[in-house]
Design a protein. Structure first.
Length: 202
């Protein structure tokens, strides 16, 4: 019996490790965002997921390949996260919390029932250096959230944020290298860019 209990308890941790590997294997921001909003479902069930990043805004939605900023759903989300990302409210603070219709303005409350089932879990995504300014992950479903689910998702979001910052940094380095190559075709820089930079033929 004890062995069976240990196996059940370790299953979410094994899934967390697998998701971490998936995130490390991702090479683009689009792939990373897709993993967060769609594959987090492997840790715990939810109906909808929304990823909001600072300062870009809503950048990924579960079950949708790309975000259309002109549809009513995205417009509602834009207003919702604008409210959450203000110093005047603690709703979008540094702690994970449950977001309910009663936390919203009356107009947002009415629209909430059009788009979301019941309540949502709001997970802050930590900033990572100058590369990533942080954001919020919203997961919505009818059932209440347990403390174990919240803790597990918090760990996963922290792992994802670390990879998010690194991917942004690597993307910037690749763009810089492409610009250097474009400025001097056939030349590849050796060492750090600066007054003493050396070049060799590619």
């Amino acid at each position: 019996m004890a062995e069976a209990t240990d196996t059940v308890a370790s299953a979410p941790l094994a899934t967390l490790v697998q998701l971490g590997r998936r995130a490390r294997a991702a090479t683009t921001l689009a792939e990373l965002r897709f993993i967060l909003v769609n594959e987090s479902h492997r840790l715990t069930p939810y109906r909808q997921a929304v990823l909001w990043e600072r300062p870009a805004g809503v950048v990924a939605l579960s079950g949708i390949a790309s975000v259309d900023g002109n549809v009513p759903y995205t417009q509602f989300l834009r207003g919702l996260f604008r409210m959450l990302d203000t110093p005047a409210t603690d709703i979008g603070g540094s702690s994970t919390r449950v977001l309910e219709p009663g936390d919203l303005r009356p107009d947002q409350r009415r629209r909430w029932s059009e788009w979301f089932p019941g309540q949502a879990l709001l997970l802050p995504i930590p900033a990572v250096g100058p590369e990533f300014s942080g954001g919020l992950l919203l997961l919505a479903r009818p059932a209440p959230w347990t403390a174990a689910e919240t803790a597990l998702l918090g760990e996963w979001v922290a792992i994802w944020a670390t990879r998010r910052g690194l991917t942004q940094r690597l993307s910037g380095l690749r763009r810089g290298l492409q610009r250097l190559r474009g400025a001097s075709p056939g030349l590849i820089p050796i060492g750090r860019p600066g007054p003493g930079i050396q070049w060799r033929r590619g």
